[in-house]
Design a protein. Structure first.
Length: 95
């Protein structure tokens, strides 16, 4: 059986969360808020595939933080803000 890479945004989002240290259940939970969540088996397959791709295949070039933010989607903004809040330990208080 062959799995296609038909939803690049969803897979990219999943790998970004994985790289930030989130576990499988957390990733599926976050993805389910924005997309149809993948099964644990599919998520593991995506991560395995991403890890197998080398930088020469991706043709990665450095970009500025401003460039990254300019292409940020609403869902990735929300995800980033939630992850930053989690990383800071909750986030009550001043701003």
């Amino acid at each position: 059986m062959s799995r296609s890479f038909d939803n690049h945004e969803r897979m990219s989002h999943a790998f970004e969360l994985h790289c930030r240290g989130l576990g499988q259940k957390e990733i599926i939970g976050i993805l389910s808020e924005h997309y149809k969540a993948p099964s644990p088996r599919t998520l593991n397959y995506w991560i395995k595939r991403f890890k197998a791709v080398g930088p020469e295949e991706l043709k990665l070039e450095p970009v500025s933080y401003t460039h990254l933010r300019a292409h940020q989607t609403d869902s990735s903004l929300l995800c980033r803000l939630l992850l930053e809040k989690k990383t800071r330990g909750g986030g009550g208080g001043g701003g």
